[in-house]
Design a protein. Structure first.
Length: 296
């Protein structure tokens, strides 16, 4: 395994690269309030077949934090992904992406720009999203639900997302995270059926910094599309996200497949083999497509 700090605009990111150096490249991006350590049960299952790249997102783990809330905007997060891709594949070429929670949200931001951002053009071969709808998709779900009077579905999701509103309160969420970090960690561990080793040593800082992801990025109501092949892994027992959010995902990603899994939010920890196998199958399909096009 190679572990390095790389520069990305206003922060430094800790990046790890491991696995089969001649295999397709897979970049895994963690969510809130995790670090790249959350992938520790998935990575060994992918190493025989893929070159696996993980990194601590800005403000988490061993990566540094920006000095202001604006440093957590989507444009900055996409820039970090670009820096990681350039580090992992300096000679160019595509990578496969997988994101969980806010890692998934920010990768949706990159995927929706892949056809227009020259830094990403031709660099994203596929995208697997877990428990993290794009801001465009979430905005569409809320607006469409209210317009079409799907009030029960909207109300259920708002109830699931109560913490998003709470995080908008100035300084109080950070104070709670610092003072009651152990209780928050223990509560999540028990309620989500996780192991204590799931969390990094920097949990309180990761939580406090990560709150700015919610503050710096509002919902979007754009209706763009992406040509990137997308796979959704949808945990049907997710305590934070309703499966109904993804009903219209094909309007944003026409080349999409969906895999529903009986699992909670942190399926990457509770069912790592299922996640690894589902990702492997999707990548093999996409790689076969590419070879077929070259031979045609």
């Amino acid at each position: 395994m190679s572990t390095q700090m790389i520069a990305s605009a206003d922060v430094s990111l800790q990046v790890r690269v491991t696995g089969n150096q001649s295999g397709p490249v897979v970049v895994l991006v963690h969510g809130f309030p995790d670090t790249q350590q959350v992938w520790d049960r998935v990575v060994p299952l992918l190493e025989p077949d893929f070159r696996v790249v993980t990194y601590d997102v800005r403000g988490a783990g061993a990566s540094t934090a920006p000095s202001s809330r604006s440093g957590y905007r989507m444009s900055k997060l996409v820039g970090d992904l670009v820096a990681v891709i350039e580090h992992a594949v300096p000679a160019g070429g595509p990578v496969h992406l997988m994101g969980h929670d806010w890692g998934s949200v920010q990768l949706w931001g990159a995927v929706m720009r892949a056809d227009s951002d020259p830094r990403l053009s031709g660099r994203i071969a596929s995208y697997t999203s877990i428990s993290g709808p794009g801001l465009d998709l979430f905005g569409h779900f809320l607006r469409s639900g209210l317009t079409n009077r799907r009030l029960v579905a909207v109300g259920r999701q708002i109830a699931h997302s109560w913490y998003v509103l709470a995080f908008q309160t100035p300084w109080l969420p950070e104070l709670v995270a610092r003072r009651f970090g152990d209780r928050i960690r223990t509560g999540l561990t028990r309620s989500q059926h996780l192991d204590e080793s799931h969390w990094g040593d920097t949990f309180e800082d990761d939580f406090s910094h990560g709150i700015n992801l919610y503050r710096a990025n509002g919902l979007s109501f754009r209706r763009g599309t992406t040509s990137v092949p997308v796979q959704l892994i949808v945990p049907t027992k997710d305590a934070f996200l309703s499966a109904a959010i993804y009903a219209d995902v094909a309007e944003f990603a026409p080349d999409v497949r969906r895999v529903d899994v009986v699992a909670g939010h942190w399926v990457i920890q509770t069912q790592p083999s299922l996640v690894a196998d589902t990702l492997r199958g999707f990548i093999e399909e996409i790689e076969d497509r590419g070879r077929d096009r070259q031979q045609a």
